[in-house]
Design a protein around this ligand. Sequence first.
Ligand SMILES: [Ca+2]
Ligand SMILES: [Ca+2]
Ligand SMILES: [Ca+2]
Length: 280
Amino acid sequence: MIFFGGGCIATPPGGMLLPDLGVDASLKLMAPILTEVPSSTPNATVAFRGRSQGARIIVQVPGITSLEGAAYPTGDFCIEAPVPAQKTTTYSLMAIDSQGKLSPSVDVAVTHDPKAAQPKNPVCGDPGMLCANAENCSNGKDDNCNGLIDHCDPACNSCLDDKLEPNDDPFAAPMVPNGYYQELAICPCRPDWYAFKLDTGSAFYARVVFQKSANFDIDLKFYRSADALKLNDNWIYWRHLGNGLREVDFVADKNDTYYLEVFNKTGAEVAGSYQMQLLY
Ligand SMILES: [Ca+2]
Ligand SMILES: [Ca+2]
Ligand SMILES: [Ca+2]
């Protein structure tokens, strides 16, 4: 599940001083700072409010789902997550920036209790004036709250992405079935991630075909879930087959969700298209 742009005005507690979250690309991305989270709620959803350097916020609800939402141009965010009934759930929140850099996580526990008091601001609501209709392409901010900053935003680079978007990181990767996928695209700052559930001993095959150029040359990386979800680049499979053809041919050695990353290895911020065949 992915929610972009939806949200509410973050309301840090009055008088609380927050650190300067100016972005320095050379530094590690900081974990989100939570400013408002109820410890218990009678509701089926909870709103997490805070501040972040990242363009997007990820909430992992263990064993259930990952959610993603865009931060506001101010650096504030509000993102809602489901609350499993009659228990305490420990959520992990992370930030991810426009270049795919992931922050450490911050964990927070919320207890569902039908008798708990109603939280003060239980839903994120309309972000109102915080999100603009248009993207300013040179201010280092995600003005229109779509999770994409400046030249990474299609409003600035005019790149037409594919129907499986948004899948710019493993937390937003769709589970894609067997098949032949045409008209896929890589846009600037936006690798494509896909997820597959494989049982031990089952075979997986993926083939990607594209037109290579000086600025556009795709590579594939295939990961186990634990590595993909940490973005630690500890991939397990990567093979070249000459210009314009890449392949993954793998037999699962354990039951797991595996992830495929398709990206432009030249690092040039250009658009390119590809086709993908999946057999598993
Ligand atoms: Ca901008
Ligand atoms: Ca944007
Ligand atoms: Ca894409």
